[in-house]
Design a protein around this ligand. Structure first.
Ligand code: SF4
Length: 164
């Protein structure tokens, strides 16, 4: 059976981001995978009951997604609200769906406190980036799912062996 690919809903054009927007990704491989039924779309945060729009949230400064998953760091909204439980539930939901549907790969939008895989924001809500990953990306990777960012879709094409 051909491995499927878990994909961020906002990359697929769904307006589910915290600001009510989408970030559609245009690439011929996405069109082909969609036609072949290989894409499994999820917004982890919405799956955990978070609304659209919602306040921006970031992992607290200097802490990692792994620490969020182990219960030693928090995810906070811009007003200080603690949404750690929702972000952990979001990650669990994404992992459960990936396992249930046979996803060996994930294509997630970078920068998100859930879906980021190369960088996230530094927790100060000032727009500063730092290297790191979101909570969902970290849990997927910890369970053997190969995560690629939207910027690395060509690497996913190569790794997944889907080239024509
Ligand atoms: S949780 Fe992921 S899929 Fe949902 S809006 Fe944020 S980046 Fe997009």
């Amino acid at each position: 059976m051909t491995a499927k690919i878990l994909v961020s809903a906002c990359l697929m054009g769904h307006a589910v981001r915290y600001d009510g927007q989408a970030r559609p990704l245009v690439h011929p491989a996405l069109d082909r995978w969609r036609q072949e039924g290989r894409l499994v779309t999820i917004c982890p945060e919405m799956s955990a009951g978070m609304p659209v729009p919602r306040l921006p949230a970031e992992i607290e400064p200097g802490r990692s997604a792994d620490e969020v998953l182990s219960g030693t760091a928090r995810v906070l909204e811009s007003n200080g609200g603690d949404v750690t439980a929702e972000f952990r539930q979001a990650a669990e939901n994404a992992l459960a769906l990936a396992i249930e549907t046979g996803c060996a790969y994930a294509l997630l939008i970078d920068g998100s406190p859930s879906c980021g895989s190369g960088f996230i924001y530094d927790g100060s809500f000032s727009g500063r980036r730092r290297p790191g990953e979101g909570v969902t990306a970290a849990l997927l990777r910890a369970n053997g799912i190969k995560v690629f960012s939207d910027r690395d879709i060509d690497a996913l094409v190569e790794a997944a062996g889907f080239t024509d």
